[in-house]
Design a protein around this ligand. Structure first.
Ligand code: SMG
Ligand code: MG
Length: 368
């Protein structure tokens, strides 16, 4: 297929509540949205880079620059054989995975639409609905946290993940576990601890967590392997896994027993599939993470999470949790912790032009 036009929008969607992690706070979800057009068809990809380089080294501005200079020229005005062909061309560009992921996922959507198949099918998905959990930000007080957990348990989420940081950990877990002795519970530290915090991290063992996500530095897989020898709670890696090579290294070193796959963090569906294969070979379960995506990114997440290896509930909670309105229809909503996998062509969701234009704060068109 020949890509005639790329439209890169900056989109800002207000969140219903402030989402706080160990590295910062989000009030408004600001992201780049890429539309690739070929003839009468469009494929959509969401770039999950944030404004500041606090979760990942990439930002909106770096992603926009790399898209303009290095990535969009690889597809504009050219015959493109598919997302795999793009991955080969883009391999020369190092890092910048979130920028690559925007193009790559838009191509997956476009090519699936052209074939009239769902993205889930195109990727090899086997589920018609996925089990979902929810990620809860750091609350102002223990009471507020317990109340928030209760609300989400009542909504049927299959796993509750609590964001933690030094000082907001053991005591909060004791309160939540006390109130909900049997829920599937996890924590995510976003790299806020060091091996020096082993006593605190070991104290978490008593709460019977399914896993502890990214406790240590994002570039230190070996430290996670050391921590794994010191504590009983299984470790799940997020930030540390940027590729299938990282996943294989982490598994071989014993640094993780679970992997959170984020399509943008690893550069697209192709790399997510490679991680899926490596994890299956090692018997490591996966789940799909989230970056507070709009309906476009959320639909890509649901599609990859429909693969068999994504055997744990992910972070793809209902769109209406975060947003009053979404830019796609149908909206992706979970009922009793299950989210249906759209069966229509491509991502199976359609972008609503009028709503999108209200949230669009920047727009540029690129042609060959
Ligand atoms: O619901 O999409 C969601 C958020 C899931 O907690 C979530 N993401 O480290 O896993 C993670 C965080 C990163 C994003 S925080 C802005
Ligand atoms: Mg995480």
């Amino acid at each position: 297929m020949k890509i005639d036009l790329a439209v890169l929008r900056t989109v800002e969607m207000p969140l219903k509540f402030k989402f706080r992690t160990s590295f910062g706070e989000t009030n408004v979800k600001k992201f780049l949205l890429l539309e690739l057009r070929s003839g009468g068809l469009a494929g959509w990809g969401e770039c999950v880079a944030e404004e500041d380089p606090f979760f990942s080294p990439e930002t909106l501005d770096t992603a926009r620059a790399i898209l303009e200079r290095n990535l969009l020229p690889l597809v504009l005005g050219r015959e493109t054989a598919g997302p795999g062909a793009f991955d080969l061309l883009a391999a020369r560009v190092r890092g910048n995975r979130m920028a690559k992921g925007a193009v790559e996922t838009a191509l997956w959507d476009l090519f699936a639409r052209a074939r009239g198949v769902s993205l889930s099918k195109a990727l090899g998905g086997t589920r018609s609905s996925i089990e979902v959990g929810v990620s809860l930000g750091i609350a102002p007080t223990v009471e507020a946290l317990v109340e928030n957990v209760g609300r989400h348990v009542a909504q049927g989420y299959r796993r509750i993940k609590l964001k933690i940081e030094p000082g907001c950990d053991v005591e909060r877990l004791r309160a939540v576990r006390g109130a909900f002795p049997s829920i599937v519970l996890t924590v995510d530290a976003n790299a806020a601890y060091t091996l020096g915090d082993t006593p605190t991290l070991a104290a978490i063992d008593e709460f019977g967590l399914d896993y502890m996500e990214q406790p240590l530095h994002h570039e230190d897989i070996a430290a996670h392997a050391e921590l794994a020898r010191r504590i009983g709670t299984p470790i799940c890696l997020d930030e540390s896994i940027r590729s299938a090579a990282d996943a294989k290294a982490a598994i071989a070193l014993g640094a993780c027993k679970v992997i959170n796959v984020k399509i943008g963090r690893v550069g697209g569906h192709g790399e997510a599939l490679a991680i899926h294969e490596a994890a299956a070979a090692a018997g490591i379960p996966l789940w799909c993470g989230g970056m507070l995506e709009s309906g476009v990114g959320r639909a890509h997440n649901v599609a990859i999470a429909s693969l068999a290896g994504f055997s744990k509930p992910g972070d793809t909670s209902s769109s209406s949790r975060y947003f009053e309105e979404d830019i796609v229809e149908p909206r992706l909503e979970a009922t009793a912790g299950l989210m249906p996998v759209p069966a229509g062509p491509g991502t199976g969701v359609e972008v609503r032009a009028a709503i999108l234009s209200r949230f669009t704060t920047g727009k540029r068109e690129y042609r060959a």
